[in-house]
Design a protein around this ligand. Structure first.
Ligand code: PMV
Length: 328
């Protein structure tokens, strides 16, 4: 038996960091998807091939280790914990193509985790509902990273465009128009999964909030207000407002202290090249930007590629998908 599964990466359009304080956020599933394939083997080993990173390793569920135990192969921790959550003994060959840029706040670890949990559970004839896949995947992210909001794993599981109300209630925004975006990201070229950076940045914002409560609390309140406004702008396809609100959100993220020179460069390069709005996406401190490009997509991609890397994405309506095939 062979099971394949895929799950999308994500980008936060509005509300990152404020969501940590119970405020709303808007996120979308990206067109880039992690792909996994699971087949059985005659021995009891579990071999993991991550093709785009050139990784070929064994994981040992009983002893909870990766054979190399090499820290730079952080992605294998997600793989180990994901497989463990739905599998016990028999041997497996696991093939993974991450496809989503790694370590840049685009939900690569969540996409791999969600796809793996879906594939391995299906291989074991366990019928997991999406809610359960999202729950298990979030648990894996917490185990590996210590800190993780459920946003990445929710988007990877359900796909589409999601408004997370009060940081917990999932409201799917069903729109008939597209939200064309360009993602700019730093091509680190490494093969790690950043497992601690988000936690560190969330911690840094907390310190700033505690040091300047009268200044930072209103900033977080403003992010809340603009996210609520952005939801209406998106539903009404008000492109001008969507772009403006993104720009305001970027300024407020800068005030929270998560901007960097390289992110700023990308944000302004995208605007100069024609994006209606652009901002940091995700935790910041490096990583990625998102720009809203109802027009001039190619120009924005070309300009970003001159300094870093970029790709175009639409909202992927599909969340996690699995296919089962009998192989002889
Ligand atoms: O960079 P990411 O994808 O890990 O996004 C983090 C978003 C935060 O709001 C900063 C934290 C969170 O878990 O929601």
């Amino acid at each position: 038996m062979q099971v394949t599964a895929s799950a999308p990466g994500k980008a936060i359009l509005f509300g990152e960091h404020a969501v940590v304080y119970g405020k709303p956020a808007i996120a979308m599933a990206l067109s880039k998807r992690a792909q996994v394939k699971v087949t059985g083997r005659l021995d009891k080993k579990i071999q993991v091939n991550i093709r785009d990173l050139g990784i070929k390793e064994y994981i040992n569920l009983k002893e909870n280790i990766v054979t190399s135990n090499s820290p730079e192969k952080g992605i294998l921790k997600y793989v180990l914990n994901s497989v463990k959550s739905v599998h016990q003994e028999s041997g497996l060959d696991i093939y993974i193509d991450v496809n989503v840029p790694i370590g840049g706040g685009l939900g690569s670890s969540a996409a791999v985790t969600v796809a793996l949990i879906a594939a391995v559970s299906k291989y074991n004839n366990i019928d997991l509902k999406k809610k359960e896949i999202a729950r298990l995947a979030h648990k894996v992210e917490l185990e590996v990273q210590n800190y993780a909001s459920p946003l990445d794993t929710i988007i990877s599981t359900y796909g589409g465009l999601i408004y997370l109300k009060d940081a917990k209630k999932i409201i799917s925004l069903d729109i008939n128009h597209d939200i064309p975006v360009v993602i700019g990201f730093t091509d680190s070229g490494g093969n790690t999964m950043c497992s601690t950076d988000t936690g560190k940045l969330v911690g840094a914002v907390k310190i700033r909030k505690e040091s300047y409560p009268e200044i930072i609390n209103p900033v977080i309140g403003s992010i809340e207000a603009l996210t609520i406004e952005a939801k209406e702008a998106i539903l009404n396809n008000d492109k001008k407002r969507i772009g403006e609100l993104m720009n305001i959100n970027h300024g407020l993220l800068d005030a929270l202290g998560v901007n960097t020179l390289e992110l700023s460069n990308m944000v302004y390069t995208a605007r100069v090249a024609g994006a209606s709005g652009s901002k940091i996406t995700g935790a910041g401190g490096g990583g990625s930007i998102i720009s809203f490009c109802p027009e001039g997509t190619e120009e924005v991609i070309a300009a970003l590629k001159k300094i870093e890397n970029a790709f175009k994405s639409d909202i992927s309506k599909d969340g996690v998908k699995t296919t089962l095939k009998e192989v002889r």
